[in-house]
Design a binder for this molecule. Structure first.
Ligand SMILES: [Zn+2]
Length: 136
């Protein structure tokens, strides 16, 4: 089952210039959300640090570590968003980095910063499954 949208002629609907504008806006909105989330997590972590009783049972220490981990994953997402915005500027956005084919609009809308087409993605998943069997 493919999640890609196809046109009436049965062709894959690819990303047009006006779609790029729309996707760029979505990326910028997502970027702001992630930044805000990361800031909130950092504030939480700092607030936890100020409370003196965290050593009592270690749970606050755990929470603090968790917050830092979450902030780390926000940073990873920010990097992906920045990469996508850079690719838009370089006109390499919505192009599969593996086979060079255009990536479908539905896939880009759903994932925003994916860099492989659905064929390459499912191929690499199949490869992984194969390796999984071999290395048991
Ligand atoms: Zn591909």
């Amino acid at each position: 089952m493919s999640m890609e949208r196809v046109s009436a002629e049965g062709k894959l609907v690819t990303v047009s210039d006006s779609d790029i504008v729309h996707l760029k806006e979505m990326l910028q909105v997502r970027r702001k959300q992630v930044c805000k989330q990361a800031d909130a997590l950092r504030d939480d972590a700092v607030a936890d640090n100020d409370s003196a009783n965290w050593a009592e049972d270690g749970s606050d220490a755990f929470n603090r570590e968790f917050s830092f981990k979450m902030a780390g994953s926000s940073n990873a997402m920010l990097n992906q968003i920045d990469d996508a915005l850079r690719m838009i500027d370089e006109k390499s956005y919505a192009v599969c980095e593996s086979c060079g084919d255009k990536i479908g609009l539905a896939r880009m809308e759903a994932l925003l910063f994916c860099t492989t087409c659905i064929q390459c993605q499912s191929k690499s998943e199949a490869d992984r499954a194969m390796y999984g069997r071999v290395t048991i």
